[in-house]
Design a protein around this ligand. Structure first.
Ligand code: HEM
Ligand code: 2DC
Length: 469
């Protein structure tokens, strides 16, 4: 017999009291750990309400499958009100990230062809390879300058620049020059604005931005300032390409980048193109860079594994005779390492959908329209889902054991991450070049946890040492 929605365990009767407790637990930064604890307390399904944010939470891959089968034709995830409020406030259009319904679908279909289809990969690979090579050259220079034949540092700022340079080359078909010694203060400001934007979003998941705006709260003012900086920089880049295109100064042989392709295709309005390209540029920085930082951290902690990956890359290089796209087909363990990083250190703590139809999960009835969240961080660490979850084992993704709804770092289905192909390719190429050039080491006894600032970030700087091979 199916149990009613009201019997799902959890704390969902008093949103304000729960918000108070959440705040006492420093929940704004501990969301991932609190979710994990809730699954321990309540089991594989629980209902919750913090402030005005209400959801049903699940953890099992089999239940995730039920959730995504009920996502409907226009999958809708949690509405991040801070982001929509900013756009409403400044009268800016929503891009693909924030649109819903038919408007989302029609934009997404066109963007898919230019951003995530396999056909554009051949255009992206040479551009991303160039950035990867420049990153390596930059590290070699830093090592030389240190006079110690090694470079010990917190790589996060370097990785932000690498990620911004990578996504910009693909979007605009030209380099920003962030791998040089002098970096444009405007690019640095853009990077800082993205970090601030994420950080100021998380409290506004639970306290309505409209209210914070009314009382002139600092978090709202900072949030506006952050998005203003993001949009100003993106506008400058977009205007620049738009002008070039109208003067037709581009080389017709050369791949012109995502933005110019969309403009020439002429299927989306310029305002729609601008909105989505801005989101792609902003979404492409902290996500890949932090994932790469966690991967280097794990490789530093597992030197034997690092050698195995290096051997795989060397063999792939030899077999593909310089064809990088071929090479990318021969590095399953490198790809497994990236999946393993996203299992233990996912960018997104959860995936969510407002379900389009009634479903039954764990024998509870859940009505259409409910916000259902899959606890991605909790699932990645659940011993019932992954054998010895605490171990970083890229090879678990090679074996034939079931991967059914277990590799969800980029989300699922038609609403999955639009930047997935760019992200995966950019990260694989980065690891290839790093493994071919440097050994990564860490300081002794370094354990780093995650902190939640809308995306999951390392709670303290990760200091690594790079040595030339
Ligand atoms: C959406 C993860 C990199 C742009 C998402 C979602 C996740 C995600 C989990 C939600 C998917 C869902 O609801 O099913 C990641 C991870 C990344 C990454 C783990 C890197 C390691 C990027 C990059 C870009 C990007 C590089 C831009 C170039 C977007 C956009 C959406 C999105 C635009 C919204 C798509 C839509 O609503 O239709 N990402 N992302 N992401 N991501 Fe990423
Ligand atoms: C954060 O409870 C936790 O890819 C909330 O590139 C639920 C939630 C909703 C939407 C998620 C968000 C979480 C984490 C960050 C995500 C976002 C959707 C897209 C965004 C996963 C899990 C991200 C990082 C995009 C951001 C693009 C933007 C900066 C233009």
């Amino acid at each position: 017999i199916v149990r009613p929605f009201s019997e799902i365990p959890g704390l969902w009767r008093n949103g304000v009291a729960n918000l108070y407790n959440f705040w006492k637990l420093d929940g704004f930064r501990n969301l991932h750990r609190i979710m994990l604890q809730n699954f321990n307390t309540f089991g594989p399904i629980y209902r919750e309400k913090i402030g005005y944010y209400e959801s049903v939470n699940i953890i099992n891959p089999e239940d995730a499958a039920i959730l995504f089968k009920a996502e409907g034709h226009y999958p809708k995830r949690l509405k991040v009100e801070a982001w929509t409020s900013y756009r409403d406030y400044r009268n800016r259009k929503y891009g693909v990230l924030l649109k819903n319904g038919e408007d989302w679908r029609s934009n997404r279909v066109i963007l898919n062809k230019e951003v995530i289809s396999l056909k554009v990969l051949e255009n992206f690979v040479p551009l991303l390879d160039e950035v990867g090579q420049d990153f390596v050259a930059r590290v070699h220079k830093k090592i030389k300058r240190s006079g110690q034949n090694k470079w010990t540092t917190d790589l996060s700022q370097e990785l932000f620049k690498y990620a911004l340079e990578s996504v910009s080359t693909v979007l605009y078909g030209e380099r920003l020059g962030l791998m040089l010694d002098y970096i444009d203060p405007e690019a640095q400001h853009f990077i800082d604005c993205i970090t601030l934007m994420f950080k100021t979003t998380s409290p506004m998941l639970y306290i309505p931005p409209g209210l914070l705006r009314l009382i002139g709260a600092k978090v709202w003012r900072d949030h506006v300032e952050a998005w203003d900086g993001i949009f100003n920089q993106a506008d400058r880049c977009i205007q620049n390409i738009y002008r070039q295109l109208r003067q037709e100064t581009g080389n017709p042989e050369k791949y012109p980048g995502v933005l110019a392709s969309l403009l020439m295709l002429d299927k989306l309005s310029i305002e729609d193109i601008k909105a989505s390209v801005t989101e792609l540029m902003a979404g492409g920085v902290d996500t890949t860079s932090i994932t790469l930082l966690w991967t280097l951290y794990e490789l530093a902690r597992h030197p034997n594994l690092q050698e195995e990956l290096r051997a795989e890359v060397a063999a792939a290089r030899a077999e593909s005779k310089g064809d990088l796209q071929e090479m990318l087909k021969r590095i399953p363990l490198v790809k497994g390492a990236l999946k393993e990083t996203l299992r233990l250190h996912p960018v997104a703590v959860s995936l969510q959908r407002y379900i389009a139809e009634d479903i039954i999960i764990q024998n509870y009835h859940i009505p259409a329209g409910t916000l259902v969240q899959l606890g991605l961080y909790a699932m990645g660490r659940d011993p019932k889902v992954f054998f010895r979850p605490e171990q970083y084992l890229p090879s678990r993704w090679l074996r034939t054991e079931t991967h059914y709804f277990r590799s969800l770092g980029f989300g699922f289905g038609p609403r999955q991450c639009l930047g997935r192909r760019i992200a995966e390719t950019e990260m694989q190429i980065f690891l290839i070049h790093m493994l071919e050039n440097f050994r990564v080491e860490k300081q002794r006894h370094m354990e780093v946890q995650s902190t939640f600032e809308l995306i999951l970030l390392p709670e303290k700087p990760i200091i690594l040492t790079l040595k030339p091979l």
